[in-house]
Design a protein around this ligand. Structure first.
Ligand code: ZN
Length: 159
């Protein structure tokens, strides 16, 4: 009897299907039109999350905010950072040494001429800020420098 599919071809099919699935898993889940985002977000949150802008240092609502709770994405409500990972970096923006697992995506940003690692929400692709290697050495060594207007704080008792 004539072979219809040879095993190598089948293997390749399985491998390429596996890769396609992997790509789908890293794609953002929440997608909205620019008009929808504009209608739902405050003007400042829209400029930061959707246009990649940065709020002025020392002006953000959560810069000097150290209550217990969780910081969610202002665009899609995904849990991003826990208050126990927030620390006072004195850089002018909220800083976290770690994030909720799987909540972030990373990209390279050349906006100021030098490459920086951009931090995005993994669920809606919103721009949150950048991550640097000058964080607390005793924990992760990372400083996630995040715009307050990209976040929504939820106090612990409401969780
Ligand atoms: Zn989001």
């Amino acid at each position: 009897m004539k072979k219809i599919l040879n095993p190598t071809f089948l293997m390749l099919m399985v491998i390429s299907f596996g890769c396609a699935q992997k790509q789908n898993n890293t794609a953002v889940k929440v997608t909205k039109s620019e008009d929808q985002w504009k209608a739902e977000l405050s003007e400042q949150s829209y400029r930061i999350l959707r246009k990649g802008e940065t709020e002025r240092p020392f002006t953000g609502e959560y810069d000097k905010h150290f209550e217990d709770g969780v910081y969610r994405c202002a665009g899609c409500n995904q849990k991003l950072f826990m208050s126990e990972n927030k620390y006072d970096s004195k850089c002018g923006w909220p800083a976290f040494d770690n994030a909720v697992k799987g909540s972030l995506k990373f990209d390279v940003d050349y906006k100021i001429g030098i490459p920086r690692t951009e931090v995005l929400c993994s669920n809606c692709g919103g721009h949150l800020g950048h991550v640097f290697n000058d964080g607390p050495k005793e924990t992760t060594g990372l400083r996630h420098c995040i715009n307050s207007a990209a976040l929504e704080f939820e106090p612990k008792e409401n969780e």
